[in-house]
Design a protein around this ligand. Structure first.
Ligand code: ZN
Length: 295
């Protein structure tokens, strides 16, 4: 009964957030002056979880996920070291704690201009705390849906590929998807440089994206679900053709991630594999043509 009450409350908050602030714009974006013409993507080593920071040449910032609650302070520290006090766009790919829990600390410590979220109904204390903070701080909250574009900077295009806009009866309606399969998938392009962020979406989603013809080629692919073999089917990888594959994963995690099958597929297709459990925080930069791994 208590669980049902919380779920109803969560649904209410999500609905309210979308209704009240969903249409708000970006009225207070501060442009940091950077003497750089590079797009920088930082895969923060948060142990078992995801946290990805994107910084445009003009200094706009997007943070996709924040790792577990215990990683929140590290994410805030990394942002601080980069002189970032403001997140222009925060994305919570899906409500699992290894993706959104660390965002709570970021919401407490930094100014956040807008949140894009799966808006997947889900009952947990962590998701409740995250949604309550967004609501209390009156931060514009958007349910990210396929076909949407997220505006961050004129030089960068960010397209939402998943989850789809659907009616309640549709088999791919957000309430029918598993939590992992509700993951927000983002395709980012900067000049000729491309990047695909897949959250924890699994093969069912890959199949549906292939069926719809909406799998792009991407030079950099954030491997879904920490390298689990329940994602990254050969059919999907063969369409994306990643030159660089990033695996965000904790050392000695109890799930055995990344799975051998995933590594084998990526090695077989000649992708360069970079892993946060081996390489720590990974920084990639693009000049609009090629990606460089920063030492
Ligand atoms: Zn995860």
């Amino acid at each position: 009964m208590k669980r049902l009450g919380r779920l109803v409350w969560l649904c209410l908050v999500v609905t309210l957030l979308i209704a009240v602030v969903g249409c708000s714009g970006f009225s207070h974006i501060r442009v940091l002056e950077l003497d750089s013409d590079l797009l920088t993507v930082t895969f923060i080593d948060v142990g078992q979880g995801d946290s990805i920071l994107i910084r445009t040449p003009s200094g706009k910032t997007m943070l996709v996920d924040g790792g577990e609650r215990s990683a929140g302070n590290k994410v805030v520290r990394v942002l601080g070291e980069k002189g970032i006090q403001r997140i222009n766009v925060m994305v919570g790919t899906h409500p699992h704690a290894d993706h959104i829990a660390g965002l709570i600390r970021v919401l407490q410590k930094l100014t956040v201009d807008a949140v894009y979220d799966s808006a997947k109904p889900y009952s947990s204390k962590t998701y409740e705390d995250y949604l309550r903070l967004i609501y209390d701080k009156n931060i514009p909250f958007h349910a990210a849906r396929a076909g949407d574009e997220i505006f961050l900077d004129d030089s960068v295009k960010i397209s939402v590929l998943w989850p789809p806009h659907t009616d309640a009866g549709d088999p791919f309606h957000i309430e029918k998807l598993s939590v992992n399969d509700a993951s927000v998938i983002l395709y980012i392009s900067f000049g000729d440089s491309t990047l695909l962020l897949t959250g924890d979406a699994e093969t069912m989603v890959e199949k549906e994206l292939i069926r719809k013809g909406s799998v792009p080629e991407a030079q950099v692919l954030k491997i879904a679900h920490h390298g689990s073999a329940t994602s990254s089917s050969d059919a999907f990888l063969n369409m994306v053709k990643p030159e660089i594959a990033i695996i965000c994963v904790g050392a000695d995690n109890t799930y055995g991630y990344p799975h051998r099958e995933t590594i084998k597929s990526l090695t077989g297709m000649g992708s360069e594999i970079l892993r946060t459990d081996i390489h720590g925080t990974i920084v990639l930069q693009s000049d609009g043509r090629t990606w460089t791994v920063k030492p």
